[in-house]
Design a protein around this ligand. Structure first.
Ligand SMILES: Cc1cc2nc3c(=O)[nH]c(=O)nc-3n(C[C@H](O)[C@H](O)[C@H](O)COP(=O)(O)OP(=O)(O)OC[C@H]3O[C@@H](n4cnc5c(N)ncnc54)[C@H](O)[C@@H]3O)c2cc1C
Length: 557
């Protein structure tokens, strides 16, 4: 028997935007896209885990949205006449997190997934109402920790942090149960026959128990990829969903291209690990990288772009259409390719580094990491803007932030506004000509030794959190000689490709490569991965958008 306990507690006062009641005129316009369905009390119209779920508008009667967990159900909300179902997964076609049941016999308008997308793309007023409600509902679910998964983890486990970050950066709501802090944890472990040393564990839809799942297994369990046809020949495959790849997806899909984005982690790329982007046009009070990515991701989906959580492991350059091989062996065919794989932080040259990655050594400073080091001393390594931002952000909660740089100062590497902010924050200490030489600890980092190259002095500090932000290397190794790179491994494009480069690569066309086109016609590179790019969000977004006009030209050749 189901046991309904409570509705989702709303944290926002914007109830009328989250659960709007449509006007008769708006309902009539939706009717034109779908069909009327008579529904009976008790009928299930969506089961948890269904993909490409339909969208319903209630005309008469009532629908309830519940989250099942084992034999129990938690009431999320009830939709009455004029209200509609759905949240972000309704847009993406991903698995439904909830069950939708008729609680009062009546009539609904039903639109299948494609028709719902058609409605959103053609009716501006309804698009605004629906998109806003879907996004706000998702925000509420994340805030309340109400979704289709439960994560049992520990604050001392690097894999717990990895899974939390993956879920957070993919904007997927989850309930978290902490091994050390939650009094009910033993009951949960017993009921799923999990032992404490198997942590972290993910319980999917109350049924599937995954022990320390990889990001790919987590994505598979959530059905991130299920609604996507991987056999279809695409106009454009974008590899990487950082700012440049997301911009390409939005512009490409909005201009009618069939776009598939491949992303090995989560939307946002490096920018997604930034807590506060202050210099992106149009956001005078800053925006977090994650919020920017979530907005762009929803925008791309609104225009019909698809995103597959998968790692591109090879570009088959001698086949046309192009083929991209994925790590799991699948092959994706496409007429054009956009490489937007960005760059990855350099690592500290320490043998035992991997032991502490995620357990005291971090490569991003977001809310998740900041929670781990409140009231403690932390180290930020690096003198660029990302290091400066991280220091200022962490200083809000940390007792003290030490910035370690090898150079004599920050002026050559950091924007003036950040330097000023650092100077004005008394809890931030800049240590120039200093680098970390040793990390110590058992399961978690416990102490850090740093050395001043001018004095030659080494100091030991009891510090358990180090944020490494020391420049980045391009993600191009997977290209394996397919495309001309510069001496640092970044992709050469357009006029940077010299006649020698073109003859080495066997450039087959009379025309020269377009701006942002690589040494392989029809393959473009944008953002941080491109040789000579400006390593900024705005330029990555600009390049991803501009490149689409050249994709159109190639498709017409
Ligand atoms: C902490 C931090 C703060 C920053 N703050 C600012 C700021 O305030 N202002 C500013 O302008 N810039 C800032 N930057 C720089 C900015 O984030 C980057 O310039 C921008 O993210 C580059 O975008 P991109 O799309 O080219 O690449 P990336 O952001 O690097 O994204 C590349 C994506 O490709 C994916 N990928 C890589 N290889 C594969 C593969 N084989 N298959 C599938 N997917 C793959 C990655 O997972 C990643 O998501 C910051 C960077 C960091 C790290």
């Amino acid at each position: 028997m189901s046991n309904i306990r409570r509705g989702l507690p709303l944290t926002s006062s914007r109830t009328e935007k989250i659960f709007p009641v449509l006007t008769p005129a708006q309902i009539n316009r939706i009717k034109a896209h779908g069909h009327i369905r008579e529904v009976q009390s008790g009928e299930l119209v969506v089961e948890q885990g269904d993909i490409n779920i339909p969208f319903f508008v209630v005309i008469t009667g009532e629908l309830e949205i519940v989250r099942p967990f084992g034999a129990q159900e938690t009431l999320v909300t009830i939709h009455g006449p004029g209200q509609f179902t759905g949240e972000v997964n309704t847009l993406s076609g991903r698995r439904s997190m909830f069950r939708v049941r008729v609680t009062k016999t009546g009539k609904v308008i039903e639109l299948d997934h494609q028709k719902m997308l058609g409605l959103i793309q053609t009716d501006t007023e309804l698009s605004d109402i629906l998109m806003r409600a879907f996004i706000l509902r998702r925000v509420e679910l994340i805030t309340a920790g109400v979704g289709d998964i439960v994560l049992i983890g520990s604050a001392y486990s690097a894999d717990t942090l990895r899974i939390k970050e993956f879920l957070m950066r993919n904007g997927h709501p989850y309930s978290y149960v902490d091994l050390e802090r939650d009094p009910d944890v033993q009951n949960l472990l017993d009921s799923f026959q999990i032992s404490a040393n198997e942590i972290p564990v993910l319980i999917c839809r109350g049924q599937l128990v995954l022990r320390n799942p990889s990001n790919q297994q987590t994505a598979d369990c959530l059905g991130f990829n299920e609604s996507i046809d991987q056999t279809q020949l695409r106009d454009l495959v974008v590899i990487g969903a950082g700012p440049s790849g997301l911009a390409a997806a939005v512009y490409g899909a909005s201009e009618g291209l069939d776009v598939l984005v491949l992303e090995t982690g989560s939307p946002g790329g490096q920018a997604g690990s930034s807590s506060r982007i202050e210099n992106y046009l149009g956001f005078p009070t800053s925006i977090s990288g994650q919020e920017l990515a979530a907005r762009a991701f929803n925008q791309a989906q609104k225009f019909g772009a698809h995103m597959l959580v998968a790692k591109a492991s090879r570009l088959v350059c001698d086949e046309r259409p192009f083929v991209i091989e994925l790590e799991n062996g699948a092959r994706i065919s496409t007429r054009t390719v956009m490489i937007a794989t960005g760059a990855q932080y350099r690592k500290l040259p320490m043998e035992n580094l991997s032991r502490f990655e995620g357990a005291g050594v971090y490569y991003g400073a977001t809310f998740v990491e900041a929670q781990l080091c409140g009231g403690e001393e932390v180290v930020v390594v690096g003198g660029g803007n990302s290091a400066g931002q991280a220091a200022v952000f962490l200083a809000q909660n940390a007792k003290r932030v030490h910035i370690l740089v090898r150079s004599a100062g920050l002026t050559a590497s950091m924007s003036r506004y950040l330097i000023r902010r650092i100077e004005n924050t008394p809890t931030i200490i800049l240590r120039t000509q200093t680098e970390i030489v040793t990390l110590e600890g058992d399961d978690h980092l416990e102490s850090v030794y740093w050395r001043n190259s001018q004095t030659g002095q080494t100091e030991k500090h009891e510090i358990s959190h180090v944020f490494v932000m020391t420049g980045a290397d391009p993600n191009t190794r997977w290209l394996d000689g397919c495309i001309i790179l510069d001496d640092k491994g970044f992709i050469k494009t357009g006029s940077d490709l010299l006649p020698d480069n073109l003859s080495t690569s066997g450039w087959p066309l009379m025309r020269q490569p377009y701006l942002l086109e690589t040494s392989l016609p029809g393959v473009f590179a944008v953002g941080d991965v491109r040789s000579g790019s400006v390593k900024r969000v705005a330029s990555a977004v600009g390049e991803g958008s501009i490149a689409i006009s050249f994709v159109h030209r190639v498709l017409q050749e």
